[in-house]
Design a protein around this ligand. Structure first.
Ligand code: HEC
Length: 166
């Protein structure tokens, strides 16, 4: 990824000796990395700003919105969300599987007796047809735990009325 490691290292080293305190040193090393890589500064700053949201364990709703692109062909979420190929997903956490009004679920989903929470969604989204055999949701699944964490942070924002919870 780094094309010319030696000037980068020298740069970071100079900052280390002459520069101000630890965090500044890190910041300037990161900045020079970005400069050397030819990235616009705006990108470097945006990444720094996004970092705290992806803290240990918890997912990032912003990243989850991107993961949800994979669901959008079939699912809507948010105010005014409608059923498409799949049901709308407002207020999903805590919802009993196969119960939302106005959508015709498969018998498999109706009879699954699942309640959607972090654990059941994690299993289902990893491999929908393994968790609910006979589901009509034709989706390969999300293999990465981080994608699922992020997705749950995004989906969990929306109450049953489609409004973001305060
Ligand atoms: C190709 C279309 C399609 C895609 C893509 C898709 N789904 Fe689905 N989804 C469905 C269908 C159809 C159902 C109804 C399944 C049934 O009745 O067996 C469903 C059902 C669900 C349910 C159960 C809802 C309930 O009320 O019980 C959840 C949760 C869900 N999908 C989440 C997702 C998420 C999250 C993604 C993206 C990672 C996704 N789906 C991608 C079609 C899709």
């Amino acid at each position: 990824m780094i094309a010319h490691p030696s000037p980068l290292l020298r740069q970071a080293d100079n900052n280390g000796r002459g520069g101000p305190g630890g965090r500044m040193r890190f910041m300037s090393a990161a900045l020079s990395l970005a400069l050397f890589a030819g990235l616009p500064l705006a990108t470097a700053r945006a990444e720094t700003a996004a970092a705290p949201a992806t803290g240990a364990g918890a997912g990032s709703a912003a990243a989850g919105e991107k993961v949800f692109m994979k669901c959008r062909a079939c699912h809507q979420i948010g105010e005014g969300a409608k059923h498409l190929v799949g049901p709308e997903l407002n207020g999903l956490i805590g919802r009993k599987a196969g119960t939302v009004e106005g959508y015709r679920f498969s018998d498999a989903m109706k009879n699954s007796s699942l309640t959607w929470d972090a654990a059941t969604l994690r299993d289902y989204l990893k491999n929908p047809r393994a968790k609910v055999t006979g589901t009509r949701m034709i989706f390969v699944g999300l293999p990465k735990d981080k994608d699922i964490d992020d997705l749950l942070a995004y989906v969990g924002q929306f109450g049953a009325d489609g409004k973001k919870k305060p």
